[in-house]
Design a protein around this ligand. Structure first.
Ligand SMILES: Cc1ncc(COP(=O)(O)O)c(C=O)c1O
Length: 344
């Protein structure tokens, strides 16, 4: 099966498995797992933040960032289609008790004017106690739901300026921030600058089997550590997993442009088909999102699976394909053939 459902389906390479086997481990709950500590130190360094905490999933790093920044009843502003809003099992409500307010934008990116308009007018026009105070602004880079799109650095800086002026803390869901940096050459720390906290994933295109990290100011990361423990995320000899993440951080960031090239090739191949609706400008990194003009995404996906290509139907008419660590050029050519046949 050529599995293009997600970059989360990657398998650890032999060299990564060797690094995992050789990892020195301790008890992470006591803070003495050397591999976890090294991963946290290195992640904070790459993101230009004071501290970082390793957790099992990106859902946990995002949701505990929200929990650490807010109190129940607060409002959290997010971008259109934000993963932490619609893709994490409805967590913001039960975990943090917050109200999530999505902002409109293009290809997952909203601008400073939209943000300014969304902020409550305040006294004397609107009593502050009417709505839950806006206590967190979130952005996602790259934007999964929009097709792995990259935030222009300038737009990002403008929204951060508005947030700073309004005294609102900020969180970046950088699950795939590595891709933005690989595609533009702008360092992760530069994208992360200005955000209070940043969540990054090792278990997606970087190819590690498990884990994400939340980076930010030491005091806030300490608060996140408490919530990590509270929600059962203290995972003892986690160094076994952290070693895979460390390996991925060191060895796999440099190869992400290969995924981008393959995604582009796939997207351009699809664009020539009349039944396919694809915005080639949205294919900026490793994710290809496209639609079927006449619907029928689940049937199309089932037919492709019969032909040996696994894709993800995101709704009745839209589909996602993601080349990754184990995808070759020949796989993409084969996938295009299978998809052509499935289109009829
Ligand atoms: C943008 C984004 N953020 C967060 C997550 C959550 O990561 P995890 O699957 O590790 O919980 C995902 C997962 O696909 C994602 O795409």
């Amino acid at each position: 099966m050529i599995d293009l459902r997600s970059d989360t389906v990657t398998q650890p390479t032999e060299a990564m498995r060797d690094a995992i086997i050789a990892a020195p481990v301790g008890d992470d709950v006591y803070g003495d797992d050397p591999s976890v500590n090294e991963l946290e130190r290195r992640t904070a360094e790459v993101l230009g933040k004071e501290a970082a905490v390793y957790m099992p999933t990106g859902t946990m790093t995002n949701q505990l960032a929200v929990r650490s920044h807010t109190e129940p009843g607060d409002t959290v502003l997010v971008g259109p289609g934000a993963h932490l809003w619609f893709g994490e099992a409805g967590a913001p409500s039960p975990v943090s008790g917050v109200v999530v307010q999505p902002l409109a934008g293009t290809r997952g990116v909203y601008d400073a004017a939209t943000l300014r308009d969304a902020l409550p007018l305040g006294e004397p026009y609107r009593p502050a106690r009417w709505s839950g105070p806006v206590r967190l602004l979130c952005a996602e880079n790259t934007v999964n739901a929009a097709g792995g799109t990259i935030w222009p650095l300038e737009t990002q800086r403008e929204i951060l300026d508005v947030a700073r002026e309004a005294g609102i803390p900020t969180h970046l869901d950088g699950a795939r921030l590595w891709h933005a940096s690989a595609a533009t050459g702008i360092a992760e720390a530069e994208y992360a600058a200005g955000f209070d906290t940043v969540s990054v994933c090792f278990s997606k295109a970087l190819g590690a089997p498990v884990g994400s990290a939340l980076a930010g100011p030491a005091e806030l990361i300490e608060r996140a550590r408490r919530f990590k423990q509270l929600y059962g995320g203290g995972f003892r000899q986690a160094g076994m997993m952290a070693a895979g993440a460390l390996y991925a951080l060191r060895e796999h960031r440099g190869r992400l442009t290969e995924d981008h090239r393959r995604a582009r090739f796939l997207a351009e191949g699809l664009a020539s088909r009349a039944r396919i609706d694809i915005d080639l400008d949205s294919v900026q990194t490793n994710i290809v999102r496209f639609g079927l003009r006449d619907g029928g995404a689940p049937t199309f996906v089932d037919r492709c699976a019969e032909g040996g290509v696994a894709l993800l139907a995101s709704d009745r008419s839209r589909i996602r394909a993601v080349p990754h660590l184990q995808t070759t050029d020949a796989d993409i050519e084969q996938a295009l053939e299978v998809m052509s046949e499935a289109l009829g």
